[in-house]
Write a new protein. Structure first.
Length: 309
């Protein structure tokens, strides 16, 4: 069962004097593996993943408490340069605001690859915040001899606190990465409970799970301007009743999501319901509709109504 953070803050008297706690921002260009890394670090799936760029659209917090340290990871949207609509401006604002409010920054890149989009994110990182260069997908580099010069080349671009090659999917070097993070977190009492894994509500997580399945089943066809709204979320004992709406821009997009004789929407619903049941630790009743809402991604008032900060 997922543990959602409660508003009560633990007392400093309840934690040892050497307790460390702080916020760690995970930043990088779109589709570099930020959500996969955070999920691997905390050991639970609280941020959705997809091969499609711009999967993460919100500031997602993942929490892990180990002995005398509480790591509060913040998964951010990939910094966007391709589109300039209101949605992307909002996502980019989320990235920049998170950077200045963090205690440690993880700058995530893909092993063997560094382009203009990576550099644009690196240019946003404030010099005042310790930043660790995390080279993800290190396991994909067949010739390990090329990894060191690549790491040295990128490390020369910024005053990094440390450089750590990892594989988020294989959990390679994640313990070393957490050790580097821990030493740079401030001495603070814990902010969340020891069992909390996120500060997001189950209603929010339900919407994210449905959105992930939309990307998974329709990602190659559907434009990125689609979202999910939970219209009703009820709990009766262990049973959650979830009523969700997938918002798309055009009737043709609606047909893509529904599929022939409703087959694709059925697949989305089935997989989303199974994921919710695993995360929430109980049975889930799920109903999903598809609605056309033209222009929602370029309307700032509409974005706020759908939970975009």
């Amino acid at each position: 069962m997922t543990h959602i953070a409660l508003p009560a803050v633990p007392s400093a008297a309840d934690s040892p004097a050497d307790f460390r706690c702080g916020y760690i921002a995970i930043v990088g260009r779109p589709n570099v593996g930020k959500s996969t890394l955070m999920n691997a670090l905390i050991g639970a799936k609280v941020s959705i993943t997809s091969r499609k760029a711009q999967t993460t659209r919100h500031r997602i917090t993942g929490i892990q408490t180990i002995d005398s340290t509480q790591f509060i990871y913040v998964d951010t949207p990939g910094f966007q340069t391709r589109h300039s609509n209101a949605l992307n401006k909002t996502l980019n604002r989320t990235v920049t605001n998170t950077l200045t409010a963090s205690d440690v920054i993880l700058f995530l890149i893909e092993a063997g690859t560094f382009g203009a989009a990576d550099q644009q994110v690196l240019d946003l990182i404030p010099a005042s915040v310790p930043c660790i260069l995390v080279i993800n997908k290190a396991d994909r580099i067949k010739d390990k001899a090329v990894l060191l010069p690549f790491a040295q080349q990128i490390a020369a671009k910024h005053d990094f606190a440390a450089v750590v090659p990892v594989s988020a999917t294989l959990r390679f070097q994640l313990d070393n990465l957490q050790g580097e993070i821990k030493g740079r977190l401030p001495l603070n009492p814990p902010i969340f409970g020891a069992d909390d894994i996120t500060d997001r509500s189950e209603k929010f997580l339900a919407a994210e799970i449905v959105r992930e399945k939309v990307f998974r089943f329709v990602g190659d066809e559907l434009p990125y301007t689609s979202t999910v709204v939970i219209e009703k979320f009820e709990q009766e004992g262990d049973l959650r009743r979830v009523f969700a709406a997938i918002l798309v821009e055009r009737d043709t997009h609606k047909s893509m999501v529904i599929g022939q004789k409703g087959a694709r929407l059925k697949d989305i619903s089935t997989q989303a319901r199974l994921d919710m049941a695993r995360l929430f630790g109980g049975p889930v009743y799920l109903e999903i509709w598809v609605k056309v809402k033209s222009g929602w991604a370029d309307n700032e008032a509409g974005l706020r109504a759908y939970g975009y900060e």
